[in-house]
Write a protein that binds this ligand. Structure first.
Ligand SMILES: [Zn+2]
Ligand SMILES: [Zn+2]
Length: 334
């Protein structure tokens, strides 16, 4: 029932009580924000939204727009002090050689891995079903938060494993550590296996949490935004780690520290897994001194393995709590 009908009701008409309720519901932010936008999208862009290629187009275009903006800032920073002052390493400019080399690997990855995966989706994946109703604002935000937390945990374990096992590090993850002071194009400077793992979780997590497709796309965009911000090399006032309180979000300074001290800060976004696993490091000036990342020696690995059993027990307990919480969340939203 529309708000205009509520306004037309006379005081003698007993239905005004119901209309007032509907008017209140109509004015609630969650009713206003998503349903009209979802209706508009369905009316005008349905074929595009239903296409199995849409999530690929959305994620690839989001990535290149963000990387384009940050790369523009990187190239301007040496002559623009108002930009350079926010850089984590103002003395070390990003050069056109850095841009070309990382862009080359990025384009190679898109051509060899992402393009064939997109064609496979186009051929075999059915068109996306679009529900008539949009998620409420609460469901949308909670869904993105839930997916981000699950993704954060999955990548934390993957990342820890690929640093602890020298063969995994050398074969799959070392390429990402080629740059000890990352910039935005390093975000997807990855091996095919790492790119596949990250893309798989970003696609599957919204399905696991039974999110609305609008929430899934929102998570996809948010995930790319925060991953790029992690590597951007800037500490802007609007950065996530400055917006999220209590140091819960690691952000660019902590991930930058990981590229210099590879045995620390394994979680991509939140800080709690590194706190619990004892791998958290603060981003002091000594952390950002610019050392070259090196692979852990065998003795260091053995030493770290001694404490890993206790850490895994803690992680197991936290994982159990996470599953319980997500079950409660699932019961709440369905
Ligand atoms: Zn990185
Ligand atoms: Zn790493």
């Amino acid at each position: 029932m529309s708000s205009s009908r509520a306004l037309r009701s006379s005081p003698d008409d007993p239905s005004w009580v119901l209309d007032l309720g509907n008017l209140t519901a109509a004015l609630l932010p969650e009713g206003l924000v998503l349903q009209p936008m979802w209706d508009h999208l369905q009316q005008h862009h349905q074929p595009l939204l239903r296409s199995p290629l849409f999530p690929v187009v959305l994620s690839v275009s989001t990535y290149f727009v963000l990387v384009g903006l940050y790369t523009g800032l990187d190239l301007l920073a040496p002559t623009w002090p108002c930009v350079n002052r926010y850089k984590l390493h103002p003395q070390r400019p990003v050069t056109s050689v850095h841009v070309c080399s990382t862009l080359g690997v990025t384009l190679y990855n898109h051509l060899v891995y992402i393009f064939p995966a997109a064609v496979a989706q186009w051929l075999w994946r059915p068109a996306t079903a679009l529900p008539r109703q949009a998620p409420t604002l609460w469901e949308f935000l909670l869904g993105i938060l839930g997916c981000t937390m699950v993704f954060d945990f999955q990548y934390y374990l993957w990342h820890l494993l690929h640093h602890r096992v020298p063969w995994l590090y050398r074969t799959f993850h070392a390429v990402h550590h080629q740059y000890s002071q990352p910039f935005s194009l390093v975000t997807q400077y990855l091996s095919g296996w790492e790119l596949f793992s990250v893309g798989f979780w970003a696609t599957v997590d919204p399905v696991l949490l039974r999110c609305h497709c609008l929430t899934a796309w929102g998570f996809m965009v948010f995930n790319i935004y925060v991953s790029t911000e992690d590597h951007c090399g800037y500490d802007f006032p609007w950065a996530m780690h400055r917006l999220v309180p209590f140091g819960l979000w690691g952000g660019a300074p902590k991930h930058d520290a990981h590229h210099q001290k590879p045995a620390t800060n394994f979680a991509p976004f939140f800080s709690h897994w590194d706190w619990l696993g004892g791998t958290n490091t603060s981003t002091t000036s000594s952390t950002l001194s610019g050392t070259t990342p090196t692979l852990s020696t065998e003795e260091e690995v053995k030493e770290e393995m001694k404490g890993i059993k206790t850490k895994l027990q803690t992680i197991h307990l936290c994982f159990y709590l996470l599953i319980t919480t997500s079950s409660i969340y699932d019961t709440t939203v369905t």
